[in-house]
Design a binder for this molecule. Structure first.
Ligand SMILES: C[S@@+](CC[C@H](N)C(=O)[O-])C[C@H]1O[C@@H](n2cnc3c(N)ncnc32)[C@H](O)[C@@H]1O
Length: 286
């Protein structure tokens, strides 16, 4: 069962018009795309993802509305090209549901999981060259420590980086998770390697840089009166979105529709615990 996070809320803020053109920047398994497509009559949803495997799931999950869905593989930098390829300059709404999907996180061969054996890969786009394995096996100890500290917000980053460098070559996800677990004792309910894996994933996929590009390009992609909705799962990301939206508000480029972030209901968190840290923010472009 696939639950698109904050789906009702995203649709409400997108204020779908049946003849509108929408851009799902992170189609993933097609959950949001499908619900947008369901509400269209003559309109279109351009469904983008950098992960070819995920786009195949999105295709399968949206077959019912296939005529209203156009799939594109690319990063946030490619969104403008995707919109133009469909014959449009701008869209009536853009949604971005950041990070990785359940599929990516749990599929062993994708190498994101601390719980199953797989290659230390973590590339969203498997055509990309650099993997997380390349990072842990060849980056300087200090660089690894800085990533884990800054992106993973892990206080014990130095100790973890030292253990990783000593254990080289790191051969698999479980090997890496075990090295971290032996270096730092478990505190609380999180697996001790969770933040390390998150940081490596963010570096491999340049997630901070990609979000910056999305926020840079967003206003040029959405027509006046159109909405932009961003769902983030990490405080670093939500902060960037909040600040950028506020700046656009001050500059008169957009109206901020969410004074506070919208978060999942108790019911959604119960049905889908992975949604618990989600925060949605929305603007309407001027
Ligand atoms: C949280 S999932 C989206 C799930 C989707 N909304 C659904 O309902 O099925 C995030 C997706 O965004 C993709 N993604 C993340 N960053 C991206 C980027 N910079 N460019 C393109 N796709 C990206 C990932 O590959 C992943 O499939």
């Amino acid at each position: 069962m696939h639950y698109p996070v904050l789906c009702a809320e995203a649709l409400e803020y997108l204020a779908i018009r049946p003849e509108g053109v929408y851009l799902d920047a992170t189609a993933g398994l097609g959950g949001h795309t499908r619900e947008i497509a369901r509400r269209l009559a003559t309109g279109l949803v351009i469904a983008n993802d950098r992960d070819a495997e995920s786009l195949e799931f999105a295709r399968a999950h949206t077959l019912e509305f296939g005529g209203r869905v156009r799939l594109h593989q690319g990063t946030f930098s490619d969104l403008g090209a995707a919109v133009r390829a469909e014959g449009f300059e701008r869209v009536n709404g853009l949604v971005a549901d950041l990070g990785v999907s359940r599929y990516q996180l749990t599929e062993p061969h994708r190498g994101f999981s601390i719980l199953t054996e797989g290659p230390v890969d973590m590339r969203m786009d498997q055509n990309q060259r650099m993997t997380a394995g390349d990072l842990v096996n060849s980056a300087a100890e200090k660089a690894i420590a800085d990533w884990i500290y800054q992106l993973g917000e892990e206080r014990r980053a130095r100790r973890i980086a030292r253990a990783i460098v000593r254990a080289r070559p790191i051969r698999s996800t479980l090997h890496l998770a075990g090295v971290v677990e032996r270096a730092v004792p478990r505190t609380g309910h999180l697996h001790p390697a969770t933040r390390t894996f998150m940081a490596l994933r963010m570096v491999v996929n340049d997630e901070q840089g990609e979000l910056d590009r999305l926020l840079e390009l967003g206003p040029g992609l959405v027509a006046a009166g159109g909405r932009m909705v961003v769902i983030s799962f990490m405080s670093l990301e939500d902060r960037k979105v909040k600040e950028k939206f506020r700046t656009w508000g001050r500059e008169g480029r957009a109206e901020v529709l969410t004074k506070r972030p919208v978060t999942p209901s108790q019911k959604e968190i119960q049905d889908n615990p992975a949604s618990r840290s989600a925060k949605l923010r929305a603007v309407e472009m001027r």
